[in-house]
Design a protein around this ligand. Sequence first.
Ligand code: CP3
Length: 332
Amino acid sequence: MRQAGRSLPEYKAVRGEGSILQAIQDPERAAEITLQPVRRYGVDAAILFSDIVTPIFASGFGIDITPGVGPTCEQPFASAADLDRFRPLDPSVDLDFQAKTIEILMGELDVPLIGFAGAPFTVASYLVEGRPTRDFAKVKALMTGDPKLWHQLADLVADSAIATLRAQVEAGAKAVQLFDSWAGALHPAHYREYVLPHSEKVLAAVADLGVPRTHFGINSGELLPLIAGAGCEVVGVDWRTPLSVARERTGGTYALQGNLDPALVLAPWEVLEAEVLRILDDNAGHPGYIFNLGHGVLPMTNPEQLERVVELVHRVGTARGPAPDNAANAST
Ligand code: CP3
């Protein structure tokens, strides 16, 4: 979850000036940035250094990532004529930098690599709004006012997510994550009608690859059953929903990932430690659990705090690991 973020000095040293898309297209640099949090924190997996808008950028639709702002489009998606601005993605040409980055990583990593893509709603929201938004007014107006055009747009974005995810796994990624970061902005009925079919399409299109699929949205407490049902093995949970509640809402058969509040990483260590222990207790020894933040690392985070969190989870999480009856289930 954007682990490297802007908090690591070694990230700042190699990231370079300007758009992050430049660094993403440079395999040596992108591989180095992917490795940095693994080296620094000793985490159990690496996440590919890229962005959710990378495949859209590669398809030729004008989009950039403005430092300190996020994804921006000078000409946002506004009408049917804009559908022609998407070229079908040929990963071997358009995303060759991604395959090269993963090739380097396969020679360096001793933990699994997680690939990812943005889900159709979250990515399309940037294309329609032209920049990060709080109210999602334009994208909601499009989906409810012109559902046909919305579905055409979401379908194109879904295709680009499928192309990038498949290419990542073929190059060596051992798990994939679909980020629908802003899905929580939607009423469940609207999510079900306008968004879910497109995310289902993406997740179904990678099912044959046999890697675990994580599906995540922040502020998604009300959507958890739908997010889980879209076709995944792991459900990402932000910090607003207790793990035990998330497990109830998703029926108990999914692995969960989360759910430390990134802001609490800035709190005094005693507060942070208590919070980590509370989350592990809330998991109650369930074997299907991946400790993580509930969202990305905040830029002002002190890396030493995260080092201590990883050390604590490795030490205590294992001790509090699967309860005896769960452990028995896990080994069968
Ligand atoms: O650990 C990693 O660095 C993994 C790579 C990664 C990035 N973005 C690199 C990045 C991942 C997994 C993402 C996903 C992403 N990008 C999401 C989904 C996850 C989430 O955070 O909800 C979203 C919504 C985006 C879009 C995006 N890109 C935003 C909102 C921003 C922040 C803009 C800012 O500067 O405040 C970005 C830029 C971005 N992508 C950074 C990183 C490390 C920020 C640092 C930089 O610009 O160098």
